[in-house]
Design a protein around this ligand. Sequence first.
Ligand SMILES: [Zn+2]
Length: 358
Amino acid sequence: MALRAFAGPLSYLQGPGALDELGRVLAPYGDRPAVVTDAFVLDLLDDRLARVLAGLDAQVRVLPGEITAGAADALAASVRDASPGVVAGIGGGKALDAAKAVSLRLGVPVVTVPSIASNDSPTSRAVAMYDDQHRMVSVDQLPANPHAVLVDTALVAAAPTRFLRAGIGDAVSKTFEAAACAAGTGVTTLGTRPLRVGAAIAGAAYATLRTHALAGLAACERQEVTDDLEAVVEAVVLLSGMGFENGGLSLAHSLTRGLMQARGARDALHGEHVAWATLVQRVAEHDDPAEVADLRGFLDSLELPVTLPGLGMPDPTPEEIREIARVTMTAPHLANLSLPVTEDDVVAAIQTVESGGR
Ligand SMILES: [Zn+2]
């Protein structure tokens, strides 16, 4: 029988003020931890960050722009002499990916502290690397997941609601992607066939969002931390992250490759791509049209995009749709489907979604 792997963060802490625990979390790794952040968060947190890191002689560095191999090399070189025993990333996706990339180069653990909840990358070992033109060039893998993930829900609630909404889009797909991976012949991002645990966790993410997403977004809009917001953040960061890493990705995430190069849609957030792409995957898999319509209604109620124009691509031409499908077919997750899917099938599924599911 085939080997099957499980992975997750070593520890996870969520709630208002979680950031203030960072010093206590980093202390056991010794003095001079490396801290990678972005200019926005450094400005936002300023004095608080100095308080949180007091007494640790933290080596704070700011990711200057895009998260490229060159930028990661430079950040790693700038802290190497301090021999940090851990790297902490604080901020948006790029800062966290930069911290992961630095930890990979230094061979030490990483701790992630997301300032927004726009996707599930904080819990995962995946590192999205780009070039200077913001084209994704690779998804590198750490040897292990973050040692700790600290999600300060007061920061999440204070950030623009669009980020949390996108995080919901990234999380809703996982139950369908895990089911497709289990049904197909493919592997998870851990490189093995899935255990049952991934699908179980991805299912919990979806169930949590169906119950709490609407009220959680409303709380975020009011910049208020409520039980609904806490539930949504857990689904978006922890359940979704463990769900995809252990359950596998499928057509929905493959489609984001095509969308990253598509007119207008390339500027949408990852989770917005995934929301729409989940509908395409379900159509391509011939899921019950009533269930697909139900999901469409749910996404629509959350103001997540359910069409290409909704993603910023008005009046997509047949050639543009064909190009999205063509690039999609280059993704590594295409074996993770319950049935073989061709480029023509993807084109047809996109057209069905664009026509409102009819
Ligand atoms: Zn994703």
